[in-house]
Design a protein around this ligand. Structure first.
Ligand SMILES: Nc1ncnc2c1ncn2[C@@H]1O[C@H](COP(=O)(O)OP(=O)(O)OP(=O)(O)O)[C@@H](O)[C@H]1O
Length: 673
């Protein structure tokens, strides 16, 4: 009986397990989906709440998907950047709004006329850059910022913040940029000493007391502390509590007339007049006798004291009579020891760096893990990528299967750059961190050798994409690709210009590389500043002509070391025209706007005949050409800043998104009718 029912038991058992397994899988995937929706909804709710309290004039358009809103960047439907700048919002930063955006990496609301206190920000656990400058925020420094362990950039400058600057900031060891200037902070300056800090300013506040003498604050010098009238100390060149000088008028004995007057007051009589002969003679004799008596007593006491001093235990006596002096001396010794320790540690740091350089060690940039040594780098298999204006570039494959790019700088072209200058410059460049910059990971210098180590970007350069290579054909880019690449480059460039006030100096399509997701990343930034000699002329005249075409007219006849932000803007304009037309920079004509638009249109139409698989949108190309022409104007003053360029590009994107939405709505309407 049991044996005959075995198949039925087997079937029931199988069904039970199948059902059990299916339920678990289904419920876990439902949970996952629910979680994703839950996070997304929370982001939408946060943005809406932010808008409702901050955007009093309804400047932020929320009719599209939230990831398309002005200033919002998403990754996988989660908000990673909220950048709204130079816009009159006029409201407040409500609590419980942005604080829920736990995937946010960049929050920038600079110059948006926001008021009120700064809310709790401790929920922004992934935040790396926080720009709330040029607003009217009031109240105290939000302590929740101290919990943001990934924070590298903090800018609260030009607000009305009050209270003290929290000393907990000394523990924020990732901070590279701290601006608290032009507020109303009071109290003392915290003893910041994190070596990561590259930019720091607390000028124009009400700070008081001695500026702590740490090696990092010393490096910034007086310019970071200006217009705080009550600050003192070595760094601000002002003595703290100036001690009264011996024999200064303040401490000198009061004038004799006053002494006499006081004595007279104590005795209850007026000042004696000189013509009272007898009384004055008696007074004189009495005065003489009492003076002599006092002198005798004093001398006797002195002799007694000296004798007792000899007899008594010296230590005991020291404790009693010089307690105050001893504590002063201890304090002075402590301060001296602290200063000496600081100087020693500073020296140690310098010696270490020097030894590192001499012994051939790599100097890793701020926040980098030391994952390989110079020896490993030297024994890595290398492939030549190319020779450029400041050196030769190799791709190196390390043992750990890590691929890096090594740029070997040309000693002759960097001949005028001393060891310290190079080190300082590379420290600043190494502290730059932006998704559209190829990260500099480490640098090395020894005698004649200087190396820079960057990430290797696998998808080639923009130049190869636009013009093709031996192995790949050139592709005319769709306007959306042009816009995306232009926006990426503008983001990276305006970061260099704005946050760091550096310049690229050599922007061109071979210096724009494509990252793993085909995002555009700028390479070779800020190196031109080191090249003191003009570049060697290559054999390839075409290459020379193209390199020259990126240079603005004001820089054509100068050496490579000529650079400015407006020269970068010009190069960007040429790069954008190159993107739009696929023409080499030296083949681009110089034309006024209307003619340039016409020329770009013709070039695109020719391309379309050859490549019938893409369609262009004339208006979009027109708008992008307008931006390119504005950037490449002859007069540097008339060119926009990179920040303005970025805005123009984002506006074009917004127009395009709106048009697409309208199209979808129209087609939906026509289908339903
Ligand atoms: N980090 C990198 N990842 C991948 N390829 C790179 C990287 N850096 C440079 N390259 C490529 O290596 C080649 C040589 O670069 P290099 O910077 O030496 O010269 P260049 O860009 O042609 O000129 P310049 O020195 O004037 O910038 C270029 O084709 C460049 O695209």
């Amino acid at each position: 009986m049991l044996r005959s029912n075995l198949p039925i038991f087997g079937f029931l058992l199988f069904s039970f397990f199948f059902f059990f397994f299916f339920t678990i899988v289904a419920s876990s995937s439902t949970n996952r989906t629910q979680r994703a929706f839950h996070h997304r909804d929370r982001d939408v709710y946060s943005l809406l709440r932010f808008k409702s309290k901050a955007d009093l004039w309804n400047k932020i358009n929320t009719s599209s998907h939230f990831c398309q809103w002005w200033g919002v960047t998403c990754y996988g439907n989660r908000v990673v950047r909220l950048v709204i700048e130079d816009l009159f919002l006029g409201g407040q930063l409500a609590s419980d709004s942005v604080n829920k955006l736990d995937q946010l990496r960049v929050l920038s609301l600079k110059n948006t006329s926001l008021t009120g206190p700064l809310p709790d920000l401790s929920g922004l656990v992934n935040l790396k850059s926080l720009y709330l400058d040029h607003n009217s925020f009031s109240g105290s420094f939000p302590l929740s910022v101290l919990d943001l362990h990934r924070l590298r950039i903090l800018d609260f400058s030009f607000n009305n913040l009050t209270g003290s600057i929290p000393s907990g900031l000394v523990l924020s060891d990732r901070l590279i940029y701290l601006r608290l200037d032009s507020n109303r902070f009071n109290g003392t300056v915290p003893a910041l000493n994190q070596s990561s800090l590259h930019s720091f300013n607390v000028s124009v506040n009400n700070l008081t007391g001695a500026v702590p003498v740490t090696s990092v604050l010393l490096r910034f010098g007086i310019s970071s502390f200006l217009k705080n009238p009550n600050l003192c100390g070595e760094i601000v060149h002002k003595e703290c509590n100036p001690r009264p000088k011996f024999f200064s008028p303040d401490t000198a004995a009061p004038p004799p007339a006053m002494v006499l007057g006081q004595i007279a007051q104590i005795r209850g009589v007026g000042l004696s007049r000189p013509n009272h002969g007898k009384h004055s003679r008696i007074a004189m004799i009495l005065g003489f006798i009492s003076g002599a008596f006092l002198l005798f007593i004093s001398v006797a006491c002195l002799i007694g004291a000296v004798k007792r001093r000899r007899d008594n235990n010296e230590k005991e006596k020291g404790k009693e009579s010089t307690a105050v002096v001893a504590s002063d001396a201890a304090e002075t010794a402590e301060v001296a020891a602290a200063i000496q320790m600081e100087q020693e540690s500073e020296m140690e740091e310098k010696v270490k760096k020097l030894q590192a350089a001499k012994s051939g060690s790599l100097v890793f940039c701020a926040g980098e893990a030391h994952v390989y040594t110079m020896d490993q780098l030297m024994t890595a298999s290398a492939e030549l990528l190319g020779r450029g204006t400041v050196g030769t570039t190799y791709k190196a494959l390390l043992d750990s299967r890590l691929i890096v790019t090594v740029k070997r700088l040309d000693a002759i072209r960097l001949a005028g750059v001393g060891r310290d200058k190079f080190e300082r410059h590379m420290e600043s460049v190494g502290a730059l961190g932006h998704p559209n910059l190829v990260p500099l990971r480490a640098y090395f210098q020894a005698k004649e050798e200087r190396l820079l180590i960057y990430d290797y970007l696998p998808n080639g350069s923009l130049s190869s994409l636009v013009h093709g290579t031996k192995s790949s054909r050139a592709t005319p880019l769709h306007w959306t690709s042009c816009l995306k690449i232009a926006e990426d480059v503008a983001q990276g460039l305006s970061y260099i210009h704005q946050a760091w006030q550096l310049v690229h100096g050599n922007l061109k399509s071979s210096n724009v590389l494509l990252g793993p997701d085909f995002e555009a990343c700028i390479a070779d930034y800020c190196l031109a500043a080191l090249a003191t000699n003009p570049p060697l002329t290559s054999n390839d005249n075409q290459e020379d002509a193209d390199a020259l075409a990126y240079k603005p007219p004001e820089a054509r006849h100068k050496s490579l070391s000529y650079q400015s932000v407006k020269a970068d803007v010009y190069s960007f304009g040429i790069l954008l025209l190159e993107l739009l037309t696929g023409k080499q920079p030296s083949k681009l004509p110089v034309l006024p706007l209307d003619e340039m638009m016409e020329w770009v249109r013709k070039v695109r139409e020719e391309g379309e005949k050859k490549n019938g698989n893409w369609r262009e949108d004339r208006d979009k190309f027109g708008m992008l050409t307008e931006v390119a022409v504005a950037c490449s104007l002859i007069s540097p003053e008339q060119r926009p800043t990179m920040w303005q360029v970025l805005k123009m590009l984002q506006e074009i994107k917004e127009v395009a998104v709106m048009e697409e939405c309208e199209l979808v709505l129209d087609s939906n309407n026509s289908e339903s009718s």
